[in-house]
Design a protein around this ligand. Sequence first.
Ligand code: SAJ
Length: 406
Amino acid sequence: MINVIGLGYIGLPTALMFAKSGIKVVGTDFNEKLVNSLCQGELTFEEEGLEELFQAANGNGIKFTTEYQKAHTYIIAVPTPFLKDSKKLDPKYVISAVNSVLDVCERGAVLIIESTVSPGTIDKYIRPEIEKRGYVIGEDVHLLHAPERIIPGNMIYELEHNSRTIGADNEEIGEKVKGLYANFCKAEIVVTDIRSAEMSKVVENTYRDINIAFANELAKICHTDNMDVYEIIRIANMHPRVNIMQPGPGVGGHCISVDPWFLVGDYPDLTNLILAARKINDSMPRHVLGLIRDIMREHDIKDISKVGLYGLAYKENVDDTRESPTLQLLERMDEHLAFGVKVYDPFVKERIVDHQFMNFEDFLNEIEILVVMVGHDHIKNNMDLIKNKIVLDTKNISSFEGVYKL
Ligand code: SAJ
Protein backbone atom coordinates (compact mmCIF):
# COMPACT_ATOMS: atom_id res chain seq x y z
CA MET A 1 0.00 0.00 0.00
CA ILE A 2 1.16 3.51 -0.78
CA ASN A 3 0.29 6.39 1.49
CA VAL A 4 0.52 9.65 -0.45
CA ILE A 5 0.96 12.63 1.87
CA GLY A 6 -0.30 15.94 0.51
CA LEU A 7 -3.21 15.98 -1.96
CA GLY A 8 -2.52 19.17 -3.86
CA TYR A 9 -1.55 19.81 -7.47
CA ILE A 10 1.12 17.09 -7.42
CA GLY A 11 0.12 14.61 -4.71
CA LEU A 12 -3.43 14.10 -5.90
CA PRO A 13 -2.74 13.25 -9.57
CA THR A 14 0.18 11.05 -8.49
CA ALA A 15 -1.98 9.17 -5.98
CA LEU A 16 -4.67 8.72 -8.64
CA MET A 17 -2.17 7.37 -11.17
CA PHE A 18 -0.91 4.75 -8.73
CA ALA A 19 -4.48 3.78 -7.85
CA LYS A 20 -5.49 3.59 -11.51
CA SER A 21 -2.59 1.23 -12.14
CA GLY A 22 -4.08 -1.14 -9.56
CA ILE A 23 -1.99 -0.35 -6.47
CA LYS A 24 -3.78 0.14 -3.15
CA VAL A 25 -3.48 3.84 -2.30
CA VAL A 26 -4.53 6.00 0.61
CA GLY A 27 -4.18 9.77 0.24
CA THR A 28 -3.61 11.81 3.40
CA ASP A 29 -3.93 15.57 3.84
CA PHE A 30 -4.33 17.67 6.99
CA ASN A 31 -6.88 19.87 5.22
CA GLU A 32 -10.19 18.36 6.35
CA LYS A 33 -12.25 20.35 3.86
CA LEU A 34 -10.14 19.04 0.99
CA VAL A 35 -10.34 15.44 2.24
CA ASN A 36 -14.12 15.72 2.68
CA SER A 37 -14.54 17.01 -0.87
CA LEU A 38 -12.44 14.17 -2.29
CA CYS A 39 -14.36 11.60 -0.21
CA GLN A 40 -17.58 12.99 -1.69
CA GLY A 41 -16.19 12.59 -5.18
CA GLU A 42 -15.50 16.29 -5.77
CA LEU A 43 -12.22 17.54 -7.16
CA THR A 44 -10.74 20.75 -5.79
CA PHE A 45 -8.94 21.99 -8.89
CA GLU A 46 -9.33 21.72 -12.64
CA GLU A 47 -6.89 19.89 -14.85
CA GLU A 48 -7.28 18.25 -18.24
CA GLY A 49 -8.08 14.54 -17.80
CA LEU A 50 -8.18 14.72 -13.98
CA GLU A 51 -11.89 13.93 -13.69
CA GLU A 52 -11.58 10.69 -15.68
CA LEU A 53 -8.49 9.70 -13.73
CA PHE A 54 -10.32 10.42 -10.46
CA GLN A 55 -13.17 8.16 -11.50
CA ALA A 56 -10.81 5.35 -12.48
CA ALA A 57 -8.94 5.63 -9.16
CA ASN A 58 -12.21 5.69 -7.21
CA GLY A 59 -13.24 2.58 -9.10
CA ASN A 60 -10.05 0.95 -7.82
CA GLY A 61 -10.85 1.89 -4.22
CA ILE A 62 -8.56 4.84 -3.48
CA LYS A 63 -9.23 6.28 0.00
CA PHE A 64 -8.72 9.81 1.36
CA THR A 65 -8.19 10.68 5.00
CA THR A 66 -6.55 13.15 7.38
CA GLU A 67 -4.77 10.27 9.16
CA TYR A 68 -1.32 8.94 8.32
CA GLN A 69 -1.46 5.23 7.52
CA LYS A 70 0.65 2.27 8.52
CA ALA A 71 2.25 1.54 5.17
CA HIS A 72 5.38 0.30 3.51
CA THR A 73 5.73 3.13 0.99
CA TYR A 74 5.12 6.83 1.53
CA ILE A 75 5.17 9.58 -1.06
CA ILE A 76 5.46 13.06 0.37
CA ALA A 77 4.14 15.84 -1.89
CA VAL A 78 3.54 18.67 0.54
CA PRO A 79 4.13 22.37 -0.18
CA THR A 80 7.59 23.84 0.21
CA PRO A 81 6.88 27.52 0.88
CA PHE A 82 9.26 30.16 -0.25
CA LEU A 83 10.35 32.76 2.29
CA LYS A 84 10.18 35.98 0.30
CA ASP A 85 12.56 37.97 2.53
CA SER A 86 15.40 35.47 2.78
CA LYS A 87 14.62 33.87 -0.63
CA LYS A 88 15.01 30.49 1.04
CA LEU A 89 12.85 27.41 1.11
CA ASP A 90 10.94 26.68 4.27
CA PRO A 91 11.08 22.91 4.81
CA LYS A 92 8.61 22.94 7.73
CA TYR A 93 5.86 20.93 5.99
CA VAL A 94 8.26 18.29 4.69
CA ILE A 95 9.84 17.95 8.15
CA SER A 96 6.45 17.68 9.79
CA ALA A 97 5.23 15.10 7.23
CA VAL A 98 8.40 13.01 7.70
CA ASN A 99 7.89 13.01 11.46
CA SER A 100 4.26 12.01 11.15
CA VAL A 101 5.28 9.18 8.82
CA LEU A 102 7.93 8.02 11.31
CA ASP A 103 5.23 7.90 14.02
CA VAL A 104 3.28 5.23 12.15
CA CYS A 105 5.46 3.51 9.54
CA GLU A 106 6.52 -0.13 9.41
CA ARG A 107 10.19 -1.04 9.83
CA GLY A 108 11.96 -0.89 6.48
CA ALA A 109 9.44 1.62 5.10
CA VAL A 110 10.29 3.51 1.92
CA LEU A 111 9.96 7.27 2.23
CA ILE A 112 9.96 9.16 -1.06
CA ILE A 113 10.02 12.94 -1.11
CA GLU A 114 8.47 14.37 -4.28
CA SER A 115 8.21 17.99 -3.16
CA THR A 116 10.79 20.23 -4.83
CA VAL A 117 13.47 21.11 -2.30
CA SER A 118 16.56 23.28 -2.54
CA PRO A 119 19.73 21.26 -3.14
CA GLY A 120 21.09 19.98 0.17
CA THR A 121 17.75 20.13 2.04
CA ILE A 122 17.51 16.38 2.50
CA ASP A 123 20.98 16.10 4.03
CA LYS A 124 20.57 19.21 6.12
CA TYR A 125 17.03 18.84 7.44
CA ILE A 126 15.52 15.46 6.68
CA ARG A 127 18.25 12.96 7.53
CA PRO A 128 18.79 14.50 10.99
CA GLU A 129 15.05 14.26 11.73
CA ILE A 130 15.13 10.54 11.02
CA GLU A 131 18.44 9.87 12.76
CA LYS A 132 17.55 11.75 15.92
CA ARG A 133 14.85 9.15 16.51
CA GLY A 134 17.49 6.47 16.47
CA TYR A 135 16.54 5.10 13.04
CA VAL A 136 19.26 3.92 10.70
CA ILE A 137 18.59 5.20 7.17
CA GLY A 138 18.88 2.34 4.71
CA GLU A 139 17.80 -0.21 7.34
CA ASP A 140 14.91 1.06 9.43
CA VAL A 141 13.78 3.58 6.82
CA HIS A 142 14.78 4.08 3.19
CA LEU A 143 14.93 7.71 2.09
CA LEU A 144 14.58 8.79 -1.56
CA HIS A 145 13.92 11.92 -3.57
CA ALA A 146 11.81 11.66 -6.72
CA PRO A 147 11.14 15.28 -7.73
CA GLU A 148 7.97 15.87 -9.67
CA ARG A 149 8.36 17.30 -13.17
CA ILE A 150 4.83 17.63 -14.50
CA ILE A 151 3.53 20.87 -15.95
CA PRO A 152 0.15 22.25 -14.85
CA GLY A 153 -2.17 22.15 -17.84
CA ASN A 154 -0.71 18.88 -19.11
CA MET A 155 -0.10 16.99 -15.89
CA ILE A 156 -1.85 13.73 -16.57
CA TYR A 157 -0.14 13.25 -19.93
CA GLU A 158 3.24 14.17 -18.46
CA LEU A 159 2.88 11.83 -15.48
CA GLU A 160 2.84 9.01 -17.97
CA HIS A 161 5.22 10.36 -20.61
CA ASN A 162 7.89 12.49 -18.84
CA SER A 163 11.10 10.88 -17.78
CA ARG A 164 11.67 10.82 -14.01
CA THR A 165 14.61 11.05 -11.67
CA ILE A 166 14.94 8.86 -8.59
CA GLY A 167 17.55 9.99 -6.07
CA ALA A 168 18.59 7.16 -3.77
CA ASP A 169 21.42 6.26 -1.38
CA ASN A 170 22.01 2.96 -3.13
CA GLU A 171 21.15 1.46 -6.47
CA GLU A 172 19.15 -1.45 -5.13
CA ILE A 173 16.49 0.68 -3.45
CA GLY A 174 16.64 3.15 -6.34
CA GLU A 175 15.82 0.35 -8.78
CA LYS A 176 12.95 -0.88 -6.57
CA VAL A 177 11.36 2.55 -6.52
CA LYS A 178 11.98 2.90 -10.24
CA GLY A 179 9.91 -0.27 -10.66
CA LEU A 180 7.15 1.25 -8.57
CA TYR A 181 6.89 4.40 -10.73
CA ALA A 182 7.09 2.25 -13.86
CA ASN A 183 3.54 1.17 -12.99
CA PHE A 184 2.36 4.31 -14.73
CA CYS A 185 5.45 6.12 -16.03
CA LYS A 186 6.27 4.84 -19.50
CA ALA A 187 9.32 7.08 -20.05
CA GLU A 188 12.92 6.54 -18.96
CA ILE A 189 13.45 6.59 -15.20
CA VAL A 190 16.95 7.58 -14.14
CA VAL A 191 18.39 6.47 -10.82
CA THR A 192 20.97 8.80 -9.30
CA ASP A 193 22.03 10.05 -5.87
CA ILE A 194 19.76 12.28 -3.79
CA ARG A 195 21.82 15.47 -4.15
CA SER A 196 21.89 15.14 -7.95
CA ALA A 197 18.12 14.60 -8.01
CA GLU A 198 17.59 17.74 -5.91
CA MET A 199 19.97 19.79 -8.04
CA SER A 200 18.80 18.62 -11.48
CA LYS A 201 15.20 19.54 -10.64
CA VAL A 202 16.16 23.08 -9.66
CA VAL A 203 18.46 23.36 -12.69
CA GLU A 204 15.60 22.45 -15.07
CA ASN A 205 13.41 25.26 -13.78
CA THR A 206 16.32 27.70 -13.69
CA TYR A 207 17.13 26.94 -17.32
CA ARG A 208 13.54 27.77 -18.29
CA ASP A 209 13.62 30.98 -16.26
CA ILE A 210 16.81 32.12 -18.02
CA ASN A 211 15.42 31.31 -21.45
CA ILE A 212 12.22 33.27 -20.74
CA ALA A 213 14.30 36.16 -19.36
CA PHE A 214 16.19 36.28 -22.66
CA ALA A 215 12.88 36.50 -24.54
CA ASN A 216 11.67 39.23 -22.16
CA GLU A 217 14.88 41.22 -22.59
CA LEU A 218 14.49 40.94 -26.35
CA ALA A 219 10.91 42.21 -26.02
CA LYS A 220 12.16 45.31 -24.23
CA ILE A 221 14.90 45.91 -26.82
CA CYS A 222 12.47 45.45 -29.71
CA HIS A 223 9.87 47.71 -28.10
CA THR A 224 12.41 50.54 -27.86
CA ASP A 225 13.03 50.51 -31.61
CA ASN A 226 9.63 49.36 -32.82
CA MET A 227 10.68 45.86 -33.89
CA ASP A 228 8.34 42.85 -33.73
CA VAL A 229 9.88 40.57 -31.09
CA TYR A 230 7.59 37.65 -31.98
CA GLU A 231 8.60 37.74 -35.62
CA ILE A 232 12.26 37.98 -34.65
CA ILE A 233 12.03 35.02 -32.25
CA ARG A 234 10.06 33.04 -34.81
CA ILE A 235 12.77 33.54 -37.43
CA ALA A 236 15.66 32.95 -35.00
CA ASN A 237 14.01 29.71 -33.85
CA MET A 238 14.09 28.40 -37.42
CA HIS A 239 17.82 27.95 -36.89
CA PRO A 240 18.28 24.29 -35.91
CA ARG A 241 20.20 25.15 -32.74
CA VAL A 242 18.13 28.08 -31.47
CA ASN A 243 15.05 27.65 -29.26
CA ILE A 244 14.03 30.91 -27.61
CA MET A 245 10.88 30.94 -25.51
CA GLN A 246 8.11 33.56 -25.57
CA PRO A 247 8.11 36.91 -23.79
CA GLY A 248 5.22 37.66 -21.47
CA PRO A 249 3.98 39.88 -18.64
CA GLY A 250 6.17 38.09 -16.10
CA VAL A 251 6.96 34.65 -14.76
CA GLY A 252 4.61 33.25 -12.18
CA GLY A 253 3.77 29.99 -10.50
CA HIS A 254 5.37 28.33 -7.56
CA CYS A 255 8.25 26.76 -9.49
CA ILE A 256 10.04 28.75 -12.18
CA SER A 257 9.90 32.03 -10.29
CA VAL A 258 11.03 30.40 -7.03
CA ASP A 259 13.56 27.62 -7.63
CA PRO A 260 16.35 29.80 -9.16
CA TRP A 261 16.45 31.75 -5.89
CA PHE A 262 17.65 28.61 -4.10
CA LEU A 263 20.83 28.70 -6.18
CA VAL A 264 21.22 32.46 -5.80
CA GLY A 265 20.79 32.11 -2.03
CA ASP A 266 23.34 29.32 -1.67
CA TYR A 267 25.91 30.53 -4.22
CA PRO A 268 25.62 34.33 -4.25
CA ASP A 269 29.06 34.86 -5.81
CA LEU A 270 28.47 32.37 -8.62
CA THR A 271 24.99 33.18 -9.85
CA ASN A 272 25.24 36.43 -11.85
CA LEU A 273 23.33 35.05 -14.82
CA ILE A 274 20.63 33.37 -12.73
CA LEU A 275 20.09 36.51 -10.66
CA ALA A 276 19.97 38.73 -13.75
CA ALA A 277 17.32 36.45 -15.29
CA ARG A 278 15.22 36.58 -12.13
CA LYS A 279 15.44 40.38 -12.09
CA ILE A 280 14.45 40.66 -15.76
CA ASN A 281 11.43 38.41 -15.30
CA ASP A 282 10.41 40.18 -12.13
CA SER A 283 10.62 43.51 -13.96
CA MET A 284 8.03 42.54 -16.56
CA PRO A 285 4.87 43.50 -14.61
CA ARG A 286 6.43 46.98 -14.18
CA HIS A 287 7.18 47.06 -17.90
CA VAL A 288 3.54 46.22 -18.64
CA LEU A 289 2.48 49.00 -16.31
CA GLY A 290 4.63 51.42 -18.35
CA LEU A 291 2.92 50.23 -21.53
CA ILE A 292 -0.53 50.74 -19.95
CA ARG A 293 0.43 54.28 -18.98
CA ASP A 294 1.64 55.01 -22.53
CA ILE A 295 -1.61 53.70 -24.01
CA MET A 296 -3.69 55.74 -21.55
CA ARG A 297 -1.73 58.85 -22.50
CA GLU A 298 -2.06 58.16 -26.22
CA HIS A 299 -5.85 57.76 -25.94
CA ASP A 300 -6.24 60.53 -23.39
CA ILE A 301 -7.73 58.13 -20.83
CA LYS A 302 -7.02 59.41 -17.34
CA ASP A 303 -9.17 57.07 -15.29
CA ILE A 304 -7.43 53.81 -14.35
CA SER A 305 -10.80 52.22 -13.63
CA LYS A 306 -11.26 52.12 -17.40
CA VAL A 307 -8.43 49.56 -17.53
CA GLY A 308 -9.24 45.86 -17.17
CA LEU A 309 -6.71 43.11 -16.57
CA TYR A 310 -7.76 39.81 -18.11
CA GLY A 311 -6.32 36.85 -16.19
CA LEU A 312 -5.37 36.33 -12.56
CA ALA A 313 -3.93 32.83 -12.90
CA TYR A 314 -0.18 32.52 -13.37
CA LYS A 315 -0.64 31.06 -16.86
CA GLU A 316 -3.18 29.86 -19.38
CA ASN A 317 -5.96 27.39 -18.58
CA VAL A 318 -5.12 26.88 -14.92
CA ASP A 319 -6.75 28.34 -11.80
CA ASP A 320 -3.52 28.62 -9.77
CA THR A 321 -2.75 32.26 -8.91
CA ARG A 322 0.51 31.76 -6.99
CA GLU A 323 3.08 34.45 -7.88
CA SER A 324 0.89 35.39 -10.83
CA PRO A 325 2.12 38.30 -13.00
CA THR A 326 -1.28 39.99 -12.57
CA LEU A 327 -0.96 39.89 -8.79
CA GLN A 328 2.61 41.15 -9.15
CA LEU A 329 1.35 43.96 -11.37
CA LEU A 330 -1.38 44.92 -8.91
CA GLU A 331 1.19 44.95 -6.11
CA ARG A 332 3.47 47.17 -8.15
CA MET A 333 0.79 49.68 -9.08
CA ASP A 334 1.00 52.45 -6.57
CA GLU A 335 -2.15 52.74 -4.53
CA HIS A 336 -3.49 55.76 -6.35
CA LEU A 337 -3.13 54.10 -9.73
CA ALA A 338 -4.40 50.69 -8.66
CA PHE A 339 -7.56 52.20 -7.32
CA GLY A 340 -10.32 50.92 -9.49
CA VAL A 341 -8.42 48.82 -12.02
CA LYS A 342 -10.75 46.00 -13.03
CA VAL A 343 -9.82 42.32 -13.08
CA TYR A 344 -11.40 39.17 -14.51
CA ASP A 345 -10.38 35.53 -14.81
CA PRO A 346 -12.83 32.80 -15.84
CA PHE A 347 -10.83 30.19 -13.90
CA VAL A 348 -10.68 32.08 -10.61
CA LYS A 349 -14.05 31.62 -8.97
CA GLU A 350 -13.19 33.17 -5.59
CA ARG A 351 -12.84 36.91 -5.14
CA ILE A 352 -9.17 37.49 -4.30
CA VAL A 353 -8.60 41.12 -5.34
CA ASP A 354 -10.58 44.36 -5.36
CA HIS A 355 -12.71 45.12 -8.39
CA GLN A 356 -12.68 41.52 -9.55
CA PHE A 357 -15.55 40.62 -11.84
CA MET A 358 -17.23 37.24 -11.99
CA ASN A 359 -18.83 37.81 -15.38
CA PHE A 360 -16.86 38.52 -18.55
CA GLU A 361 -19.44 40.72 -20.24
CA ASP A 362 -20.00 42.87 -17.13
CA PHE A 363 -16.22 43.29 -16.96
CA LEU A 364 -15.99 44.32 -20.61
CA ASN A 365 -18.85 46.79 -20.22
CA GLU A 366 -16.87 48.69 -17.57
CA ILE A 367 -13.57 49.12 -19.39
CA GLU A 368 -11.97 50.81 -22.39
CA ILE A 369 -8.51 49.27 -22.26
CA LEU A 370 -8.24 45.48 -22.01
CA VAL A 371 -4.88 44.07 -20.95
CA VAL A 372 -4.51 40.39 -21.79
CA MET A 373 -2.27 39.05 -19.00
CA VAL A 374 -3.10 35.36 -19.52
CA GLY A 375 -3.86 33.60 -22.79
CA HIS A 376 -6.68 31.33 -21.57
CA ASP A 377 -8.55 29.47 -24.34
CA HIS A 378 -11.60 31.35 -23.06
CA ILE A 379 -10.36 34.67 -24.45
CA LYS A 380 -9.00 33.08 -27.61
CA ASN A 381 -12.55 31.85 -28.23
CA ASN A 382 -14.06 35.27 -27.50
CA MET A 383 -11.93 37.51 -29.70
CA ASP A 384 -15.03 39.02 -31.30
CA LEU A 385 -16.10 40.46 -27.97
CA ILE A 386 -12.86 42.36 -27.40
CA LYS A 387 -12.22 43.83 -30.84
CA ASN A 388 -14.00 47.09 -30.01
CA LYS A 389 -11.68 47.66 -27.02
CA ILE A 390 -8.20 49.14 -26.93
CA VAL A 391 -6.25 45.92 -26.38
CA LEU A 392 -2.79 45.42 -24.93
CA ASP A 393 -2.05 41.77 -25.63
CA THR A 394 1.00 40.69 -23.58
CA LYS A 395 0.59 37.05 -24.66
CA ASN A 396 0.53 37.50 -28.43
CA ILE A 397 -2.76 35.65 -28.88
CA SER A 398 -4.47 38.16 -31.17
CA SER A 399 -3.74 39.50 -34.62
CA PHE A 400 -6.35 42.16 -35.27
CA GLU A 401 -5.63 45.70 -36.42
CA GLY A 402 -4.50 48.19 -33.78
CA VAL A 403 -3.72 45.72 -31.00
CA TYR A 404 -0.77 46.71 -28.79
CA LYS A 405 1.81 44.07 -27.92
CA LEU A 406 4.88 43.86 -25.70
N1 SAJ B 1 6.14 31.65 -19.53
C1 SAJ B 1 6.59 32.68 -20.36
N2 SAJ B 1 7.07 32.35 -21.59
C2 SAJ B 1 7.12 31.06 -22.05
C3 SAJ B 1 6.67 30.03 -21.20
C4 SAJ B 1 6.20 30.35 -19.94
O1 SAJ B 1 6.56 33.85 -19.99
O2 SAJ B 1 7.57 30.86 -23.18
C5 SAJ B 1 5.64 31.95 -18.18
C6 SAJ B 1 4.22 31.42 -17.92
O3 SAJ B 1 3.24 32.28 -18.43
C7 SAJ B 1 4.21 31.32 -16.40
C8 SAJ B 1 5.66 30.96 -16.06
O4 SAJ B 1 6.42 31.26 -17.22
O5 SAJ B 1 3.91 32.55 -15.79
C9 SAJ B 1 5.87 29.52 -15.68
O6 SAJ B 1 5.07 28.66 -16.49
P1 SAJ B 1 5.63 27.37 -17.23
O7 SAJ B 1 4.54 26.84 -18.06
O8 SAJ B 1 6.91 27.69 -17.90
O9 SAJ B 1 6.03 26.40 -16.04
P2 SAJ B 1 5.29 25.87 -14.70
O10 SAJ B 1 5.76 26.74 -13.57
O11 SAJ B 1 3.84 25.73 -14.89
O12 SAJ B 1 5.92 24.41 -14.56
C10 SAJ B 1 7.33 24.26 -14.47
C11 SAJ B 1 7.77 23.14 -15.44
N3 SAJ B 1 9.22 23.14 -15.55
C12 SAJ B 1 9.85 23.06 -16.76
O13 SAJ B 1 9.26 23.02 -17.81
C13 SAJ B 1 11.34 23.01 -16.73
C14 SAJ B 1 7.24 21.79 -14.95
O14 SAJ B 1 7.73 20.75 -15.77
C15 SAJ B 1 7.67 21.55 -13.50
O15 SAJ B 1 7.16 20.32 -12.99
C16 SAJ B 1 7.08 22.68 -12.66
O16 SAJ B 1 7.65 23.92 -13.13
C17 SAJ B 1 7.43 22.44 -11.20
O17 SAJ B 1 6.53 22.01 -10.46
O18 SAJ B 1 8.59 22.61 -10.83
